[in-house]
Design a protein. Structure first.
Lengths: 497, 67, 230
């Protein structure tokens, strides 16, 4: 065996980078398409009446949410884990054949699971629970994928050289545990093929079908405990893991207060899980739970802002870097959007505000300024930081990256402003009464008024998607850009013009 | 004890425990630095900054094994 | 202690898990026994209704329509009495939805007719001027999956004790019994009888012919389900 110096092995990280980009394009394209379907309903049948069943809003909507959450975002989380994990634990995947095998298995099973999910959702097999639409065989596959990831995390930790775990690793561990718990409990279901008729027939009907273990209000409670916290453990916790590594690394600045990062961690872990009740205000779940959901949502501002402010302060005295590097711009704006949406969320969770906001587009807007501005930007920035290091090449184009940043930022602003106005307008119109105490508007009036905002929202989404294509192109061209030396990769990523 | 009472007590005491825990944690974070054997948590940031495979770990696993 | 925890990943993970599992334990588990009692007048779904409910889910109707009327004047004026927890006792899964791109449907059976649904599902914009809802013409040709609906009923009865074949109290003091078939063939026959009743109020000749042939198009099942929402 030749005596080469030990290097980090990014094979698995690279594989997940590919799926991040591909599934990002798929999920976001579907998103833009269905956004325009709402503005221009004729689009539902644009691919022909024959396949309209598969291209209309109803079939595509779960595909959009699942493709961006479990395709784009999860891939991004896995890609960064297989990169950051090795580095902060100072151990290479190449040192363990076993972990390498697990990593590859993890990837291929994940791809298989995604393919199965896409096919079944297109066909209309759905449990109807948001972000958990997959039927039971896919749920089982997801659990296996998740366990493999766990083996990979704890395996790598087991052979580490660095005794203490860096804060990002804390967040990855929390992601692993949190999603495992939530997903398992929310997807408890009984496959219908287990039932037997009085005539002794078994395996009746579709083998894919299942019935939820919970009924009605309980089902809602579990679903939103899950739904809210899936947002926590897929869209927040692992993204915080990323920013705690990539921002200090790219800027060369130590975290402003490492202690604050640890405190915020425990705060977030404890508080987040309570807040799920705010999805069910004024519903039939018990009042005290609704109130609890409201209160904890407001308390949640503290640990969220703890992390976000910590990141902004990390750039203290170094703001020229923000001006100079589009990569750092992505991260700084990302944490700003994080602050923004973690303030907006608690506001919407206040009962009287929720009375107007619930069921409207304001909620959709809120989700998207978090996902587009915070999750999307952070994953894009992470991949930009990783690309020169895994390919040993400089980033293809800085100016393209800067253009992408501004186009996408404009897209997000259009998105959330239009949804804000749309949501509040509709919420107010629904409850308006005339002088005789009759409802002032028919439901249709409140839909008509939304048309311009839906068109604007679609445009915002389209701009973001265009930016994402620029990102994909930039990464693609990076693979054949100018090779760089190890010494250039210390902090700020090398970029071509 | 009814299930409501159980949940109320559980809520109260566990919250208390976690609040106490959190304050103890803050105290711990700041006190550690002053001890002779202490750790300055702020050094931990270097785990990200000096993360090449050849860099010296902030606190190597091998130290512990030697003892 | 804290410092030790940070260096021992396994115990660290246990600590994190305890902290995150805590809320669920206190908040969700104790409520389970209480929330699932049906209110008087709520009865289990028939095979055809359940097949319709599956069509509803298959086409993500719940992505745009809620089934939850909140206790505000504006909502009770528009949709009827606010929703009660026990009304959902037989809903697996729940279909409250999270977005009202279209109106709430929890009591749609009170104010829309079979004929209205038929025309509306074929071309929503023709019935409601300016509607942005997609048309669902394929529901008039696709066949409803009665087998699976029957299997779901059996599952409900065998695993969750849903009272099929048992008298269920109604609001007027009487009782009603929802029948659960003994075999797949019987389930088909029962569903078809119910479908014929729905189809008799419909205009679409293809649907009528299909039902006469013994087939059940998705639209018939869906309308049966929507009519049951009261």
């Amino acid at each position: 065996m030749e005596n080469r110096p030990l290097e980090y092995d990014y094979t698995v990280a690279k594989m997940f980078m590919v799926t991040t980009i591909v599934l990002g394009i798929v999920g976001m394209s579907i998103g833009v398409f269905i956004a325009f379907e709402l503005a221009f309903p004729g689009l539902n049948t644009i691919f022909g009446q024959g396949i309209a069943e598969y291209t209309n809003f109803s079939r595509l909507r779960p595909l959009h949410t699942d493709a961006v959450a479990f395709g784009f975002t999860l891939s991004g989380i896995f890609a960064t884990w297989y990169y950051v994990g090795q580095r902060v634990l100072k151990v290479s995947m190449a040192e363990s054949k076993f972990l390498m095998l697990i990593g590859k298995l993890h990837f291929w099973l994940y791809v298989l699971g995604v393919a199965a999910a896409v096919v079944t959702l297109f066909m209309g097999y759905s449990t109807s629970k948001e972000y958990a639409e997959f039927e039971w065989p896919i749920d089982i596959a997801i659990v296996v994928v998740w366990v493999l990831w766990g083996v990979s995390i704890f395996g790598l930790i087991g052979i580490r050289r660095e005794k203490s775990l860096y804060i990002s690793v804390w967040y990855y561990i929390a992601t692993f545990l949190g999603v495992a718990m939530l997903y398992l409990f929310n997807n408890m279901e009984v496959p219908t093929m287990l039932a037997t008729s009085a005539a002794g027939e078994t395996g009746i009907g579709s083998w894919l079908h299942s019935v939820s273990m919970y009924a009605g209000t309980n089902d809602a409670l579990v679903q939103w405990w899950y739904g809210h916290n899936a947002v926590a453990f897929v869209f927040t916790v692992p993204i915080v893991a990323m920013i705690y590594y990539f921002l200090p690394k790219e800027s060369g600045q130590a975290i402003y207060s490492y202690k604050l990062s640890l405190l915020s961690f425990w705060g977030l872990m404890f508080v987040y899980l309570w807040a799920g009740g705010h999805h069910l205000l004024y519903s039939t779940v018990p009042d005290w739970m609704q109130t609890m959901g409201s209160i904890f949502s407001v308390v949640l501002i503290l640990p969220s802002w703890g992390s976000a402010i910590n990141m902004l302060l990390t750039m203290k005295g170094e703001w020229q870097q923000v001006a100079a590097s589009p990569l750092i711009k992505f991260m700084v704006l990302g944490s700003t959007f994080y602050m923004f949406s973690t303030l907006e969320g608690p506001i919407q969770a206040i009962k009287s505000v929720n009375a107007i906001a619930h069921f409207t587009d304001w909620i959709v807007g809120h989700v998207h300024d978090g996902t587009l501005g915070w999750v999307g930007f952070m994953i894009i920035a992470a991949l930009y930081h990783m690309a020169p290091r895994v390919f040993k090449r400089e980033l293809y184009s800085k100016s393209l990256m800067a253009a992408q940043f501004w186009i996408q930022t404009l897209g997000i602003v259009l998105y959330f402003t239009s949804m804000w106005i749309a949501g509040i307008t509709q919420g107010m119109m629904w409850r308006a009464h005339d002088e005789f105490g009759n409802l002032a508007y028919s439901f249709m009036d409140t839909v008509d008024v939304l048309h311009p905002y839906y068109a604007l929202r679609g445009t915002g989404g389209l701009l973001y998607l265009i930016g994402f294509f620029m990102f994909a192109y930039n990464i693609y061209k990076t693979m054949s850009a100018r090779p760089v030396e190890e010494s250039e990769l210390q902090n700020a990523s090398p970029m071509g013009a | 004890m009814s299930i409501d009472e159980f949940s109320a007590y559980g809520y109260f005491f566990l919250t208390l425990l976690l609040v106490v825990g959190l304050y103890a944690y803050i105290y711990h974070l700041y006190k550690k630095k002053k001890d002779a054997t202490g750790v300055d948590y702020e050094n931990y940031s270097n785990m990200a900054l000096n993360d090449d495979i050849g860099d010296t770990p902030v606190k190597p696993v091998s130290d512990e094994k030697k003892k | 202690m804290f410092h030790w925890l940070e260096k021992h990943p396994f115990f660290f993970a246990v600590g994190v898990f305890v902290v995150i599992a805590f809320a669920g334990l206190i908040e969700i588990v104790p409520n389970f026994a209480q929330a699932s009692r049906p209110v008087i007048g709520t009865k289990p779904y028939t095979t055809l209704e359940l097949a319709g409910r599956q069509v509803y889910i298959k086409n993500s109707c719940n992505a745009c329509h809620s089934q939850l009327i909140r206790p505000f004047k504006a909502e009770t004026d528009r949709y009827g009495h606010y929703s009660l927890s026990g009304e959902y006792a037989y809903d697996r899964p729940f279909l409250w939805g999270s977005k009202r791109t279209g109106p709430d449907l929890h009591r749609v059976g009170n104010y829309r007719t079979t004929e209205w649904h038929e025309n509306h599902m074929m071309d929503p914009a023709a019935i409601v001027q300016g509607s942005i809802m997609p048309a669902y013409p394929w529901m008039f040709t696709n066949k409803a999956d009665i087998d699976t609906a029957f299997a779901e009923q059996l599952t409900d009865q065998q695993f969750f004790g849903v009272p099929y074949n048992k008298p269920v109290p109604m609001k007027d003091g009487t009782t009603q019994t929802v029948k659960l078939a003994k075999s797949v063939a019987e389930a088909h026959a029962d569903a078809l009888a119910e479908a014929k009743e729905v189809a008799s109020k419909m205009k679409n000749q293809d649907v009528k012919d299909a039902v006469a042939r013994g087939e059940i198009p998705e639209i018939v099942a869906l309308i049966a389900y929507l009519n049951s929402l009261k």
